[in-house]
Design a protein around this ligand. Structure first.
Ligand code: GLN
Length: 484
Protein backbone atom coordinates (compact mmCIF):
# COMPACT_ATOMS: atom_id res chain seq x y z
CA UNK A 1 0.00 0.00 0.00
CA UNK A 2 1.29 3.49 -0.79
CA UNK A 3 -0.04 6.59 0.87
CA UNK A 4 -2.55 8.52 -1.22
CA UNK A 5 -2.85 12.07 -0.01
CA UNK A 6 -5.97 14.15 -0.36
CA UNK A 7 -3.88 16.65 -2.29
CA UNK A 8 -2.74 14.05 -4.84
CA UNK A 9 -6.30 12.75 -5.24
CA UNK A 10 -7.71 16.27 -5.69
CA UNK A 11 -5.06 16.92 -8.36
CA UNK A 12 -5.79 13.62 -10.14
CA UNK A 13 -9.52 14.45 -10.16
CA UNK A 14 -8.94 17.97 -11.47
CA UNK A 15 -6.73 16.58 -14.25
CA UNK A 16 -9.43 13.96 -15.00
CA UNK A 17 -6.98 11.10 -14.46
CA UNK A 18 -9.58 9.41 -12.29
CA UNK A 19 -13.27 9.96 -11.64
CA UNK A 20 -14.81 10.49 -8.24
CA UNK A 21 -16.93 7.37 -8.77
CA UNK A 22 -13.82 5.30 -9.44
CA UNK A 23 -12.15 6.64 -6.33
CA UNK A 24 -15.19 6.08 -4.13
CA UNK A 25 -15.55 2.52 -5.47
CA UNK A 26 -11.89 1.71 -4.85
CA UNK A 27 -12.06 2.92 -1.27
CA UNK A 28 -15.42 1.23 -0.63
CA UNK A 29 -13.93 -2.04 -1.89
CA UNK A 30 -10.97 -1.68 0.40
CA UNK A 31 -13.28 -0.98 3.35
CA UNK A 32 -15.19 -4.15 2.48
CA UNK A 33 -11.99 -6.19 2.39
CA UNK A 34 -10.19 -4.77 5.42
CA UNK A 35 -12.74 -3.26 7.79
CA UNK A 36 -13.94 -6.60 9.24
CA UNK A 37 -10.49 -7.05 10.80
CA UNK A 38 -10.22 -3.45 12.05
CA UNK A 39 -13.78 -2.33 12.81
CA UNK A 40 -13.02 1.30 12.01
CA UNK A 41 -16.47 2.00 10.53
CA UNK A 42 -19.88 1.89 12.19
CA UNK A 43 -21.72 2.83 8.99
CA UNK A 44 -20.55 2.49 5.39
CA UNK A 45 -22.80 4.61 3.18
CA UNK A 46 -22.12 2.96 -0.17
CA UNK A 47 -25.20 4.32 -1.97
CA UNK A 48 -24.86 7.82 -0.56
CA UNK A 49 -21.16 7.91 -1.43
CA UNK A 50 -21.67 6.76 -5.02
CA UNK A 51 -24.50 9.25 -5.53
CA UNK A 52 -22.34 12.08 -4.15
CA UNK A 53 -19.43 10.92 -6.33
CA UNK A 54 -21.63 11.05 -9.44
CA UNK A 55 -22.63 14.62 -8.58
CA UNK A 56 -18.95 15.48 -8.08
CA UNK A 57 -18.07 14.03 -11.48
CA UNK A 58 -20.81 16.14 -13.07
CA UNK A 59 -19.48 19.27 -11.35
CA UNK A 60 -15.93 18.52 -12.54
CA UNK A 61 -17.16 17.91 -16.11
CA UNK A 62 -19.09 21.18 -16.02
CA UNK A 63 -16.07 23.10 -14.75
CA UNK A 64 -17.82 23.82 -11.44
CA UNK A 65 -15.47 21.97 -9.14
CA UNK A 66 -14.78 23.31 -5.64
CA UNK A 67 -11.43 22.82 -3.87
CA UNK A 68 -12.04 19.25 -2.76
CA UNK A 69 -14.70 18.13 -5.24
CA UNK A 70 -14.83 14.36 -5.47
CA UNK A 71 -12.33 13.37 -2.79
CA UNK A 72 -13.52 10.70 -0.35
CA UNK A 73 -13.51 11.32 3.40
CA UNK A 74 -15.24 9.86 6.47
CA UNK A 75 -16.80 11.45 9.52
CA UNK A 76 -16.37 10.44 13.13
CA UNK A 77 -19.74 9.12 14.21
CA UNK A 78 -20.15 12.00 16.65
CA UNK A 79 -20.98 14.42 13.80
CA UNK A 80 -24.65 14.55 12.83
CA UNK A 81 -25.16 13.54 9.20
CA UNK A 82 -28.52 14.15 7.57
CA UNK A 83 -30.29 10.92 6.70
CA UNK A 84 -27.42 8.77 7.99
CA UNK A 85 -27.24 6.85 11.27
CA UNK A 86 -25.41 8.92 13.92
CA UNK A 87 -24.66 6.76 16.97
CA UNK A 88 -21.79 8.28 18.98
CA UNK A 89 -20.75 4.67 19.49
CA UNK A 90 -23.65 4.19 21.91
CA UNK A 91 -26.63 1.88 22.17
CA UNK A 92 -28.44 5.02 23.30
CA UNK A 93 -28.28 6.44 19.76
CA UNK A 94 -28.23 3.15 17.87
CA UNK A 95 -31.52 4.11 16.18
CA UNK A 96 -30.82 7.80 15.59
CA UNK A 97 -30.89 8.98 11.99
CA UNK A 98 -29.99 12.65 12.14
CA UNK A 99 -32.41 15.09 10.46
CA UNK A 100 -29.61 17.61 9.84
CA UNK A 101 -25.89 17.99 9.12
CA UNK A 102 -23.30 19.25 11.59
CA UNK A 103 -21.66 22.51 10.49
CA UNK A 104 -18.42 20.66 9.72
CA UNK A 105 -20.28 18.09 7.64
CA UNK A 106 -22.16 20.67 5.60
CA UNK A 107 -19.00 22.76 5.09
CA UNK A 108 -17.11 19.75 3.80
CA UNK A 109 -20.04 18.90 1.52
CA UNK A 110 -19.92 22.43 0.10
CA UNK A 111 -16.18 21.92 -0.48
CA UNK A 112 -17.10 18.90 -2.60
CA UNK A 113 -15.98 15.98 -0.44
CA UNK A 114 -17.71 12.62 -0.70
CA UNK A 115 -18.47 10.95 2.64
CA UNK A 116 -17.97 7.17 2.63
CA UNK A 117 -19.42 6.67 6.08
CA UNK A 118 -19.11 7.10 9.83
CA UNK A 119 -16.16 5.99 11.91
CA UNK A 120 -16.12 4.12 15.21
CA UNK A 121 -15.21 5.80 18.51
CA UNK A 122 -15.30 5.43 22.26
CA UNK A 123 -18.88 5.78 23.45
CA UNK A 124 -19.69 9.53 23.46
CA UNK A 125 -15.95 10.13 22.88
CA UNK A 126 -15.12 9.09 26.44
CA UNK A 127 -11.92 7.10 26.35
CA UNK A 128 -8.41 6.77 25.00
CA UNK A 129 -8.63 3.37 23.31
CA UNK A 130 -11.79 3.16 21.15
CA UNK A 131 -12.73 0.03 23.10
CA UNK A 132 -15.84 1.39 24.81
CA UNK A 133 -17.95 1.56 21.63
CA UNK A 134 -21.26 -0.31 21.62
CA UNK A 135 -20.12 -1.47 18.16
CA UNK A 136 -17.01 -3.21 19.48
CA UNK A 137 -13.37 -2.22 19.78
CA UNK A 138 -11.36 -0.74 16.91
CA UNK A 139 -8.04 -2.53 16.19
CA UNK A 140 -4.77 -0.78 15.41
CA UNK A 141 -3.83 -1.59 11.78
CA UNK A 142 -0.13 -1.71 12.75
CA UNK A 143 -0.78 -4.64 15.12
CA UNK A 144 -4.25 -6.01 15.41
CA UNK A 145 -3.88 -6.90 19.10
CA UNK A 146 -3.26 -3.23 19.96
CA UNK A 147 -5.59 -0.30 20.54
CA UNK A 148 -5.64 2.47 17.92
CA UNK A 149 -5.99 5.12 20.63
CA UNK A 150 -9.16 7.08 21.18
CA UNK A 151 -11.64 8.39 21.06
CA UNK A 152 -11.26 9.09 17.31
CA UNK A 153 -9.68 5.64 16.87
CA UNK A 154 -11.95 4.67 13.98
CA UNK A 155 -10.93 7.74 11.97
CA UNK A 156 -7.23 7.18 12.73
CA UNK A 157 -7.32 3.46 11.92
CA UNK A 158 -9.34 4.02 8.73
CA UNK A 159 -6.80 6.55 7.41
CA UNK A 160 -3.77 4.51 8.53
CA UNK A 161 -5.16 1.38 6.82
CA UNK A 162 -5.89 3.21 3.56
CA UNK A 163 -9.66 2.80 3.84
CA UNK A 164 -10.12 6.54 3.36
CA UNK A 165 -7.56 9.29 2.68
CA UNK A 166 -8.75 11.59 5.49
CA UNK A 167 -11.39 11.84 8.20
CA UNK A 168 -12.82 14.18 10.77
CA UNK A 169 -12.20 13.79 14.50
CA UNK A 170 -12.96 15.55 17.75
CA UNK A 171 -10.59 16.28 20.62
CA UNK A 172 -11.78 16.95 24.18
CA UNK A 173 -8.61 15.82 25.93
CA UNK A 174 -6.50 14.35 23.14
CA UNK A 175 -8.89 12.37 20.96
CA UNK A 176 -7.51 13.62 17.64
CA UNK A 177 -3.82 13.79 18.56
CA UNK A 178 -3.47 10.56 20.54
CA UNK A 179 -5.05 8.16 17.99
CA UNK A 180 -3.22 10.02 15.19
CA UNK A 181 0.01 9.39 17.10
CA UNK A 182 -0.75 5.74 17.85
CA UNK A 183 -1.71 5.04 14.21
CA UNK A 184 1.08 7.02 12.50
CA UNK A 185 -0.97 9.78 10.85
CA UNK A 186 -1.33 13.56 11.27
CA UNK A 187 -4.14 15.25 13.18
CA UNK A 188 -4.75 18.75 14.50
CA UNK A 189 -6.96 20.09 17.28
CA UNK A 190 -7.56 23.75 16.48
CA UNK A 191 -7.85 26.62 18.95
CA UNK A 192 -11.11 26.31 20.90
CA UNK A 193 -13.82 28.18 18.99
CA UNK A 194 -12.23 27.96 15.52
CA UNK A 195 -14.38 25.02 14.38
CA UNK A 196 -18.11 25.17 15.06
CA UNK A 197 -19.51 22.53 17.43
CA UNK A 198 -22.98 22.76 15.89
CA UNK A 199 -24.16 19.21 15.25
CA UNK A 200 -21.13 17.70 16.98
CA UNK A 201 -22.72 15.70 19.79
CA UNK A 202 -21.53 17.36 23.00
CA UNK A 203 -19.31 15.58 25.51
CA UNK A 204 -17.64 18.43 27.44
CA UNK A 205 -18.62 21.63 25.66
CA UNK A 206 -15.86 23.90 26.98
CA UNK A 207 -13.20 21.44 25.79
CA UNK A 208 -14.63 19.77 22.64
CA UNK A 209 -13.14 20.83 19.32
CA UNK A 210 -13.39 19.21 15.88
CA UNK A 211 -10.45 18.86 13.52
CA UNK A 212 -9.01 16.96 10.55
CA UNK A 213 -7.02 13.71 10.50
CA UNK A 214 -5.01 12.72 7.41
CA UNK A 215 -1.62 11.39 6.34
CA UNK A 216 -0.01 14.79 5.93
CA UNK A 217 0.01 18.23 7.51
CA UNK A 218 -0.77 19.66 4.08
CA UNK A 219 -3.98 17.59 3.85
CA UNK A 220 -4.97 18.69 7.36
CA UNK A 221 -4.47 22.32 6.32
CA UNK A 222 -6.60 21.85 3.20
CA UNK A 223 -9.41 20.31 5.27
CA UNK A 224 -9.18 22.85 8.07
CA UNK A 225 -9.63 25.63 5.51
CA UNK A 226 -13.16 24.31 5.04
CA UNK A 227 -13.94 23.18 8.58
CA UNK A 228 -12.99 26.45 10.32
CA UNK A 229 -15.01 29.64 10.32
CA UNK A 230 -17.69 31.51 12.21
CA UNK A 231 -21.05 29.84 12.76
CA UNK A 232 -23.75 31.74 14.63
CA UNK A 233 -25.34 28.43 15.70
CA UNK A 234 -22.45 27.75 18.12
CA UNK A 235 -22.32 30.46 20.79
CA UNK A 236 -18.60 29.78 21.34
CA UNK A 237 -17.71 30.03 17.64
CA UNK A 238 -15.21 32.83 17.11
CA UNK A 239 -15.91 35.60 14.66
CA UNK A 240 -12.55 36.17 13.00
CA UNK A 241 -11.29 36.92 9.49
CA UNK A 242 -11.09 33.82 7.29
CA UNK A 243 -7.65 32.29 7.48
CA UNK A 244 -5.65 30.20 5.00
CA UNK A 245 -4.15 27.34 6.99
CA UNK A 246 -1.78 26.44 4.13
CA UNK A 247 -0.14 29.88 4.37
CA UNK A 248 2.95 28.76 6.32
CA UNK A 249 3.48 25.33 4.74
CA UNK A 250 6.56 26.44 2.85
CA UNK A 251 7.92 28.74 5.50
CA UNK A 252 11.49 27.73 6.45
CA UNK A 253 12.07 26.73 10.07
CA UNK A 254 15.15 28.94 10.37
CA UNK A 255 14.89 30.77 13.66
CA UNK A 256 11.83 28.87 14.95
CA UNK A 257 12.21 28.51 18.73
CA UNK A 258 10.83 25.24 20.03
CA UNK A 259 10.20 24.92 23.78
CA UNK A 260 10.62 21.49 25.37
CA UNK A 261 8.67 21.27 28.65
CA UNK A 262 10.82 19.41 31.15
CA UNK A 263 7.66 17.88 32.64
CA UNK A 264 6.97 16.11 29.29
CA UNK A 265 10.33 14.34 29.26
CA UNK A 266 10.45 13.04 32.84
CA UNK A 267 9.57 9.72 34.48
CA UNK A 268 6.80 7.79 32.82
CA UNK A 269 7.93 8.44 29.26
CA UNK A 270 8.88 5.12 27.62
CA UNK A 271 12.52 5.03 26.49
CA UNK A 272 11.72 4.07 22.91
CA UNK A 273 9.20 6.92 22.63
CA UNK A 274 11.78 9.34 24.05
CA UNK A 275 14.35 8.15 21.49
CA UNK A 276 11.89 8.62 18.61
CA UNK A 277 10.91 12.10 19.81
CA UNK A 278 14.56 13.08 20.15
CA UNK A 279 15.12 11.87 16.58
CA UNK A 280 12.31 14.09 15.31
CA UNK A 281 13.62 17.06 17.30
CA UNK A 282 17.07 16.51 15.77
CA UNK A 283 15.46 16.72 12.31
CA UNK A 284 13.75 19.98 13.26
CA UNK A 285 17.09 21.38 14.43
CA UNK A 286 18.69 20.34 11.12
CA UNK A 287 15.97 22.39 9.43
CA UNK A 288 17.05 25.46 11.36
CA UNK A 289 14.88 25.38 14.48
CA UNK A 290 16.40 25.84 17.91
CA UNK A 291 15.23 24.16 21.09
CA UNK A 292 15.04 25.57 24.58
CA UNK A 293 13.89 23.98 27.83
CA UNK A 294 10.66 25.40 29.24
CA UNK A 295 8.50 24.45 32.20
CA UNK A 296 4.79 23.75 32.60
CA UNK A 297 4.85 23.38 36.38
CA UNK A 298 1.16 22.52 36.82
CA UNK A 299 1.21 19.60 34.35
CA UNK A 300 0.54 17.11 37.16
CA UNK A 301 -2.74 18.91 37.95
CA UNK A 302 -4.15 18.66 34.42
CA UNK A 303 -5.62 15.17 34.73
CA UNK A 304 -7.27 15.75 38.13
CA UNK A 305 -8.74 19.07 36.91
CA UNK A 306 -9.94 17.55 33.63
CA UNK A 307 -11.60 14.59 35.35
CA UNK A 308 -13.72 17.01 37.36
CA UNK A 309 -14.57 19.47 34.58
CA UNK A 310 -15.17 17.00 31.73
CA UNK A 311 -17.50 14.68 33.71
CA UNK A 312 -19.36 17.72 35.13
CA UNK A 313 -20.12 18.97 31.63
CA UNK A 314 -20.83 15.44 30.42
CA UNK A 315 -23.38 14.79 33.16
CA UNK A 316 -25.21 17.92 32.09
CA UNK A 317 -24.91 17.32 28.31
CA UNK A 318 -25.99 13.69 28.52
CA UNK A 319 -29.11 14.44 30.55
CA UNK A 320 -30.92 14.97 27.22
CA UNK A 321 -30.75 11.23 26.49
CA UNK A 322 -33.81 10.20 28.45
CA UNK A 323 -35.71 7.91 26.10
CA UNK A 324 -38.29 10.59 25.29
CA UNK A 325 -37.23 12.73 22.34
CA UNK A 326 -34.83 10.39 20.61
CA UNK A 327 -32.62 7.43 21.29
CA UNK A 328 -33.12 4.17 23.10
CA UNK A 329 -36.24 3.65 25.20
CA UNK A 330 -36.69 0.66 27.51
CA UNK A 331 -39.38 -1.75 26.30
CA UNK A 332 -41.12 -2.09 29.66
CA UNK A 333 -41.56 0.28 32.59
CA UNK A 334 -44.21 0.98 35.14
CA UNK A 335 -44.06 4.77 35.28
CA UNK A 336 -42.22 7.78 33.89
CA UNK A 337 -39.38 7.65 36.43
CA UNK A 338 -38.72 4.00 35.65
CA UNK A 339 -38.86 4.73 31.92
CA UNK A 340 -36.06 7.29 32.34
CA UNK A 341 -33.93 5.15 34.59
CA UNK A 342 -34.31 1.91 32.63
CA UNK A 343 -33.71 3.64 29.29
CA UNK A 344 -30.52 5.26 30.59
CA UNK A 345 -29.38 2.10 32.41
CA UNK A 346 -29.79 0.09 29.20
CA UNK A 347 -28.60 2.75 26.75
CA UNK A 348 -25.30 3.84 28.31
CA UNK A 349 -22.17 1.74 28.80
CA UNK A 350 -20.01 1.57 31.92
CA UNK A 351 -17.54 4.38 31.21
CA UNK A 352 -20.33 6.83 30.33
CA UNK A 353 -22.21 5.97 33.54
CA UNK A 354 -19.03 6.44 35.58
CA UNK A 355 -18.58 9.94 34.14
CA UNK A 356 -22.22 10.90 34.68
CA UNK A 357 -21.99 9.83 38.33
CA UNK A 358 -18.70 11.66 38.91
CA UNK A 359 -20.09 14.75 37.16
CA UNK A 360 -23.31 14.80 39.15
CA UNK A 361 -21.29 14.38 42.35
CA UNK A 362 -18.82 17.23 41.74
CA UNK A 363 -21.65 19.58 40.76
CA UNK A 364 -23.81 18.73 43.74
CA UNK A 365 -24.49 21.19 46.54
CA UNK A 366 -21.72 20.93 49.09
CA UNK A 367 -19.12 19.52 46.71
CA UNK A 368 -19.32 22.18 44.01
CA UNK A 369 -16.91 24.53 45.81
CA UNK A 370 -14.58 21.75 46.89
CA UNK A 371 -14.21 20.14 43.46
CA UNK A 372 -15.70 22.04 40.55
CA UNK A 373 -14.56 25.55 41.53
CA UNK A 374 -11.12 24.23 42.50
CA UNK A 375 -10.79 22.50 39.13
CA UNK A 376 -11.70 25.72 37.33
CA UNK A 377 -9.01 27.53 39.32
CA UNK A 378 -6.45 24.90 38.30
CA UNK A 379 -7.57 25.35 34.72
CA UNK A 380 -6.56 28.99 34.95
CA UNK A 381 -3.13 28.12 36.32
CA UNK A 382 -2.59 25.57 33.55
CA UNK A 383 -3.47 28.14 30.88
CA UNK A 384 -1.09 30.64 32.51
CA UNK A 385 1.73 28.03 32.44
CA UNK A 386 1.49 27.87 28.65
CA UNK A 387 1.53 31.67 28.29
CA UNK A 388 4.59 31.82 30.50
CA UNK A 389 6.38 29.09 28.51
CA UNK A 390 5.44 30.70 25.19
CA UNK A 391 7.32 33.85 26.23
CA UNK A 392 10.59 32.08 25.47
CA UNK A 393 9.57 29.99 22.45
CA UNK A 394 7.28 30.08 19.41
CA UNK A 395 5.89 26.57 19.72
CA UNK A 396 6.11 23.78 22.27
CA UNK A 397 7.06 20.20 21.38
CA UNK A 398 6.86 16.88 23.18
CA UNK A 399 5.43 13.40 22.97
CA UNK A 400 1.72 12.80 22.32
CA UNK A 401 1.52 9.79 24.60
CA UNK A 402 3.89 8.17 27.10
CA UNK A 403 4.01 4.84 25.22
CA UNK A 404 3.26 3.43 21.78
CA UNK A 405 -0.04 1.56 21.30
CA UNK A 406 -0.80 -0.82 24.16
CA UNK A 407 -2.71 -4.10 24.13
CA UNK A 408 -6.46 -4.34 23.62
CA UNK A 409 -8.07 -4.96 27.00
CA UNK A 410 -4.88 -4.06 28.87
CA UNK A 411 -6.45 -1.13 30.73
CA UNK A 412 -10.00 -2.45 30.76
CA UNK A 413 -10.14 -2.88 34.55
CA UNK A 414 -8.12 0.21 35.37
CA UNK A 415 -9.70 3.43 34.13
CA UNK A 416 -7.22 5.56 36.10
CA UNK A 417 -4.31 4.01 34.20
CA UNK A 418 -6.12 4.91 30.97
CA UNK A 419 -6.73 8.48 32.19
CA UNK A 420 -3.01 8.87 32.94
CA UNK A 421 -2.12 8.02 29.33
CA UNK A 422 -3.50 11.47 28.35
CA UNK A 423 -0.98 13.34 30.49
CA UNK A 424 0.59 15.23 27.54
CA UNK A 425 -2.58 16.10 25.66
CA UNK A 426 -5.20 17.14 28.23
CA UNK A 427 -3.67 20.43 29.42
CA UNK A 428 -3.90 21.80 25.85
CA UNK A 429 -7.71 21.46 25.91
CA UNK A 430 -7.96 23.03 29.35
CA UNK A 431 -6.04 26.01 27.95
CA UNK A 432 -7.97 26.03 24.63
CA UNK A 433 -4.75 26.00 22.57
CA UNK A 434 -4.15 24.45 19.14
CA UNK A 435 -1.94 21.35 18.91
CA UNK A 436 -1.16 18.64 16.39
CA UNK A 437 0.38 15.20 16.20
CA UNK A 438 2.81 14.32 13.42
CA UNK A 439 4.59 11.00 12.83
CA UNK A 440 7.98 10.83 14.55
CA UNK A 441 9.35 7.36 13.92
CA UNK A 442 8.69 4.03 15.55
CA UNK A 443 8.90 2.22 18.87
CA UNK A 444 11.11 -0.82 19.49
CA UNK A 445 8.21 -2.99 18.36
CA UNK A 446 7.75 -1.03 15.12
CA UNK A 447 4.67 0.87 16.29
CA UNK A 448 4.20 4.54 15.32
CA UNK A 449 5.20 7.34 17.69
CA UNK A 450 3.63 10.82 17.47
CA UNK A 451 5.35 14.16 18.04
CA UNK A 452 3.07 16.81 19.51
CA UNK A 453 3.46 20.46 18.51
CA UNK A 454 1.51 23.00 20.59
CA UNK A 455 1.05 26.62 19.54
CA UNK A 456 -0.37 29.80 20.96
CA UNK A 457 -3.99 30.77 20.18
CA UNK A 458 -4.60 30.84 16.41
CA UNK A 459 -1.15 29.40 15.71
CA UNK A 460 -2.55 26.57 13.54
CA UNK A 461 -0.85 27.69 10.31
CA UNK A 462 2.54 27.85 12.00
CA UNK A 463 2.09 24.40 13.56
CA UNK A 464 1.01 22.89 10.25
CA UNK A 465 3.95 24.60 8.55
CA UNK A 466 6.44 23.14 11.03
CA UNK A 467 4.91 19.66 10.63
CA UNK A 468 4.95 20.01 6.83
CA UNK A 469 8.63 20.96 6.81
CA UNK A 470 9.40 17.96 9.03
CA UNK A 471 7.38 15.74 6.68
CA UNK A 472 9.30 17.08 3.66
CA UNK A 473 12.55 16.00 5.33
CA UNK A 474 11.42 12.59 6.65
CA UNK A 475 9.29 9.66 5.48
CA UNK A 476 7.64 8.46 8.70
CA UNK A 477 4.26 9.72 7.52
CA UNK A 478 4.59 7.70 4.31
CA UNK A 479 5.13 4.33 6.03
CA UNK A 480 2.11 2.09 6.10
CA UNK A 481 1.07 -0.95 8.12
CA UNK A 482 1.42 -4.36 6.53
CA UNK A 483 -2.23 -5.29 6.11
CA UNK A 484 -2.46 -5.92 2.38
N1 GLN B 1 -9.37 10.30 26.94
C1 GLN B 1 -10.03 11.53 27.29
C2 GLN B 1 -11.38 11.25 27.89
O1 GLN B 1 -11.75 10.12 27.97
C3 GLN B 1 -10.17 12.42 26.08
C4 GLN B 1 -11.20 11.96 25.12
C5 GLN B 1 -11.47 12.95 24.04
O2 GLN B 1 -10.62 13.78 23.71
N2 GLN B 1 -12.68 12.90 23.50
O3 GLN B 1 -12.08 12.13 28.30
Amino acid sequence: MTVQTLKSLADALAQKKVSSRELASQYLDRIKAINPAINAFITVDRDGALAAADLADKAIAAGNAAALTGVPIAHKDIFCTEGVLTTCGSKMLSNFVSPYDAHVVSQLKVAGTVSLGKTNLDEFAMGSTSESSFYGAVKNPWKLDRVPGGSSGGSAAAVAAGMVPAATGTDTGGSIRQPAGLCGITGIKPTYGVVSRYGMIAYASSLDQGGPMAHTAEDCALLLNHMAGFDARDSTSLERPVEDYTADLNKPLQGLRIGLPKEYFGDGLAEDVRTAIEGALAELRKLGATTVEVSLPNTHLAIPAYYVIAPAEASSNLSRFDGVRYGHRAAQYKDLAEMYSKSRAEGFGGEVKRRILVGAYVLSHGYYDAYYIKAQQLRCLIAQDFQQALQSCDIIAGPVAPTAAWGLGQMADDPVQMYLADIYTIAVNLAGLPALSTPAGFSNEGLPVGLQLIGNYFGEARLLGAAHQLQQATDWHLRTPDIG
